[in-house]
Design a protein around this ligand. Structure first.
Ligand code: NAD
Length: 508
């Protein structure tokens, strides 16, 4: 069945694999195509043409040409373009949110939420376009002025994962745009239609300002098109979101040519529950974190590290909550959990469950696949030792590990034991435990919360993690600085030429 909202978004049966403006697409009828398959029912939604290395080269050239004019437009004027982009996204929130759901499988509330995040980051970027501040410093030399300023960087490559098919592009593209950069986006091949739809919206906005090439996209496999993108010296910054092995590869290639990276990689996020926690609140926080997006968020809750005194009661309540989760078609608002992204994800979950059994874990609830078209599973709760090897890995599926501990210190050590360091949370009503958690001897993650879960960050904060999560920061706060180059300037307005550090050089 073809959904009406596909027409609203300009999605055709076969779609171009690259574009950079209203009439600027690469649409070679002889090109290979990929099918976009909906995880809801396993049916093909539409197809997208794959680009070649030559096509990518052309898109990068267009992007670089566009940079030459874009960078001289005053930042607040660039902000105006991004403001209109936000307005157009607002108008398309309903169909675009539904496409996210159809192509990726998250429930439609989350699909709309993702588009709202795009709107929010556009709003943020518009304000930012008047706040790209540099510092001024007092010079040690008389009649000298020193200051630093921020200049646009160039072409930014954006590589995104399947699980946030539109928001991650906006986090990067809106900030990069006000900074004066152009972006070339390579979306995940699991969700290429979302990129086609976003490009149509971006094209309309660019056309209003008689622009093109500020926002471009290319569709192709990571190992071919992605590899070419990251190796190209025209791409000054690569912002890559995805698995840790992918990020390691990007880091290797981009650092060899001394390019810049922002790496937003895998997480293995824990919720700590101490003996004083409000258990009802903790159950709700863990439920959304672990079951939301069917456990396919980088910030999904994968571990609960809980005081053994309250563990029995907590798990009892959590199982009841899991039993009440309606699972099914994510376009139906009555459902709170949709499918996994594809058959491979079902396989990964089954493999993890096998390892769990081998490593002494006990399934408390769920884990079965559901017999219906599409890729549906029951979310799973497992009791297991916190130091079991499987617990150290990110399995991108709704498996939640319950690890019991005897003290807050032990809980914090267990939180920090895993290689990843993205998000973390503690449920507590004890001030000392809370402060310890947020202190330098507490969580080692990029995000540390109290009495809220691990997922659902707001765009105003810098988003990202430590260790195997890659160390990048996107979105709010001063993340924009990564999209610009810093220049320190010293101006001598005196009539002498004094040297710094009091050095004399052939002076009388
Ligand atoms: P993935 O690593 O398989 O793919 C991510 C993207 O990288 C895709 O566009 C893919 O085509 C591209 N890619 C793969 N190999 C490449 C290469 N050699 N060169 C260039 N590009 C290449 O990840 P996925 O399965 O799509 O997404 C799930 C993963 O993403 C999870 O690990 C999740 O935690 C992570 N993720 C992290 C964040 C974050 O902000 N930290 C956000 C979302 C997802």
């Amino acid at each position: 069945m073809r959904h009406d909202f596909l027409d609203e978004l300009g999605i055709e049966e076969v779609n171009p694999g690259a574009g950079w403006g209203k009439d600027s697409w690469i649409d070679d009828p002889d090109a290979r195509t990929i099918k976009s398959i909906s995880p809801i029912d396993g049916e093909t939604i539409a197809r997208v043409r794959l680009v070649s290395a030559k096509d990518l080269d052309m898109v990068l050239s267009r992007s670089q040409e566009a940079f030459e004019t874009w960078r001289v437009m005053p930042a607040p004027k660039r902000g105006e373009v991004v403001r209109i982009l936000g307005e157009e996204l607002r108008k398309k929130k309903d169909p675009l949110g539904k496409l996210v759901t159809l192509e990726m499988g998250k429930i439609v509330q989350e699909g709309w939420g993702e588009v709202q995040e795009m709107v929010d980051i556009c709003d943020f970027a518009v304000g930012l376009s008047r706040q790209l501040y540099g510092k001024s410093m007092h010079s040690e030399r008389p009649f000298h002025r020193m200051y630093e300023q921020w200049h646009p960087l160039g072409v930014v490559g954006v590589i995104s994962a399947f699980n946030f098919p539109v928001a991650v592009w906006a986090w990067n593209a809106a900030i990069a745009a006000v900074c004066g950069d152009t972006t070339v986006w390579k979306p995940s091949s699991d969700v290429p239609l979302c990129a086609v739809a976003v490009q149509h919206i971006a094209n309309d906005v660019m056309a209003k300002f008689d622009l093109e090439g500020i926002f471009s996209y290319v569709v192709g496999p990571g190992r071919e098109v992605g590899e070419k993108l990251i190796a190209d010296p025209r791409v000054r910054l690569v912002s890559a979101t995805g698995s840790t092995p992918m990020g390691q590869r990007v880091a290797e290639v981009v650092s060899t040519r001394l390019g810049r990276t922002i790496l937003e990689l895998g997480g293995n996020n824990a919720v700590l529950v101490d003996g004083t926690a409000d258990l009802e609140m903790a159950v709700r926080g863990v439920l959304f974190g672990a079951v939301g997006t069917a456990g396919q968020r980088c910030t999904s809750t994968r571990r609960v590290i809980i005081d053994k005194q309250v563990s029995g009661e907590f798990v009892h309540r959590l199982v009841k909550a899991y039993e009440s989760i309606p699972i099914g078609d994510p376009l139906d608002e009555a459902n709170l959990m949709g499918p996994l992204v594809h058959h491979g994800a079902i396989q990964d979950m089954a493999n993890a469950l096998e390892k769990i059994a081998q490593q002494g874990g006990q399934v408390v609830y769920g884990g079965e696949t559901i017999d219906r078209p599409g890729w549906y599973v029951k979310p799973c709760i497992v009791r297991i030792r916190g130091d079991a090897p499987i617990v150290q890995e990110e399995t991108f599926a709704p498996i939640l590990y319950i690890n019991e501990v005897g003290s807050v210190e032990e809980a914090i050590a267990m939180n920090n034991m895993v290689p990843q360091g993205l998000s973390s949370a503690m449920f507590t009503t004890n001030l000392q435990n809370g402060e310890k958690w947020l202190s330098h001897v507490g969580s080692d993650c990029g995000i540390a919360n109290i009495n809220i879960g691990t997922s659902g960050a707001e765009i105003g904060g810098a988003f990202g993690g430590e260790k195997d999560t890659g160390g990048g920061r996107e979105s709010g706060s001063d993340s924009w600085k990564q999209y610009m180059r810093r220049q320190t300037c010293t101006i001598n307005w005196g009539e002498e030429l004094p040297l710094a550090q009091g050095i004399t050089f052939g002076d009388e």
